[in-house]
Design a binder for this molecule. Structure first.
Ligand code: PGA
Length: 260
């Protein structure tokens, strides 16, 4: 079964409404030629309405970067999945390593947020990945398996089928140090194997696994040509239309030649 490549840009804490609108204008122009690749951008929550309005009818989806697990309540500063959906987002990142490392999102919190995303009707992109010390200790696969098993523990098969998983080794995020295509493929195959050992065959065949961590135009094709790499979650290179477009163009080319 072939899985369409899925490239998502995570803008992190960049681009307020005015700057986000300007980038969306450029993206709309730059990405018009890539209908064979699924695309999403994740602006800061405050910029979602502007980006949603600008990207209407382009096929480029808009995602939140995080959500609270409750619908509403006394949670100052927090935003629920329902609010993201009301603002026009269709997707949401869950468990990004910066949320885990800087904001205290444990595996259990990530699991609750994942359920909240489905409750709100959002399509989640679940981020997993090991730190450098975990990799050096030979724990990379075990850490990712633990993250997956807690996050997916109470999801139905139908929910898991619509999930996107982003494998982002923490040591490769924002560092310019990318996992080699072989290193990334090894972990992606291990994630798909993990899914295969727990769910019906349709699940590992369908679930898309993005790679994230210093993806750019010059390394995208090598990564995306790997059989178990179904897209990319892009940080720094998602902040200009040119650098994001270069990755999307590489994906379109890989998709055309591999039947991905
Ligand atoms: P990066 O970030 O592309 O800047 O390494 C990726 C991410 O954090 O999703």
């Amino acid at each position: 079964m072939s899985r369409r490549l899925f490239i998502a840009g995570n803008w992190k804490m960049h681009k307020g409404p005015r700057d986000a609108d300007a980038l969306a204008v450029e993206l709309k122009r730059a990405l018009v030629d890539h209908p064979s690749v699924d695309l999403a951008v994740a602006p800061p929550a405050i910029s979602i309405p502007a980006v949603v309005a600008r990207l209407q009818h382009t096929g480029i989806a808009v995602a939140g970067q995080d959500l609270h697990d409750q619908v509403s309540g006394a949670f100052t500063g927090a935003i629920s999945g329902e609010m993201l959906a009301q603002a026009g987002a269709t997707h949401v990142l869950v468990g990004h390593s910066e949320r885990r490392a800087l904001f205290g999102d444990t595996d259990q919190i990530v699991a609750a947020k994942l359920q909240a995303a489905f409750r709100a009707g959002l399509l989640p992109i679940l981020c997993v990945g090991e730190t450098l010390s975990e990799r050096d200790a030979g724990q990379a696969e075990a850490v990712v398996a633990r993250q997956l098993s807690t996050a997916l523990s109470s999801l139905s098969i139908d929910q898991v089928l619509t999930l996107t998983i982003a494998y982002e080794p923490v040591w490769a995020i924002g560092t310019g140090r990318t996992a080699s295509p072989a290193q990334a493929q090894e972990m992606h195959a291990s994630i798909r194997g993990w899914l295969a050992s727990r769910y019906p065959r349709e699940v590992p065949a369908t679930v898309r696994i993005q790679y994230g961590g210093s993806v750019k135009g010059s390394n995208a094709a090598g990564l995306l040509s790997q059989p178990d790499i179904d897209g990319a979650l892009v940080g720094g290179a998602a902040l200009t239309a040119d650098s994001f477009q270069a990755i999307v163009a590489a994906a379109a080319q890989v998709g055309a030649s591999s039947g991905h």
